[in-house]
Unconditional design. Sequence first.
Length: 281
Amino acid sequence: MQPDAMEELARVNGVSLFTRTVGSGPDVIVLHGGPGAHHDYLLPQFDLLTNSRRLRYYDQRGGGRSPVQRDTAVGWQEQVADLHALIAHWSAAPATLLGYSWGGLLALLYALRHPERVGRLALVSPAAASVRGRAEFQRRFAERANDPRIADAQRRLAASGLRQRDPEAHRQRGFELAVAPYFRDPDRASALTPFRVTGRTQDEVWRSLGDYDLTGDLERIRVPSLVMHGRHDPIPLWSAEDTARRLQAQLVVFEQSGHVPYVEETTRFVSVLDRFLPRSA
């Protein structure tokens, strides 16, 4: 935790959400991916954006340090309602939303439900706005997971005896291989902060969305918007292009990145967002 970061639990809609605030200046609300993950894996790179602005992170319900009981609903409508409550709690409307992966889709869902509460959208590697795009992502990810380099590394790890000698090192290497298909260069996975996904939350969010298709509705969103996407992201580029076109947003393609441009091209990632996000004079 940075020295000037403040952590607290915000009680909203009957659940306690872990929040982390860092920096000073105009508010930017950061929406992590998953669903069912937590904000930590966006660090330390996202914190590089705290020059002249305040980032407000939170762990969405059902993930990270915002656990809930098993009978507590964690679908997309609950996630939107929590974001709405937090924006009010922070007096942050009209809000600047910075969404990564699933967090980008959450930002779009929120903007469609509460357009008057959104002032600006920045979508980084956004999840597809339709189930068709999501199916293509799943196909491409599975194909990459079978890459001979990754499969060979998994076999070598299984035969290494590392699990017995150094369980923590074994967990770290297992994590790197699990997320390697997200990267243009699988070796870059070692630079990503490890995280865990709560399976029930992930499953319930996608199940609650059903055969979703937001594409026809996106043209109703008319706020300054930016879409950032890696050329080698398993989420198809055509999905990001279509979202940007419908939002009338600027599209920035990261030529050397997969799904994680904040790790793969950190300097350019910070530069592009620093120009778009609000900042103190």
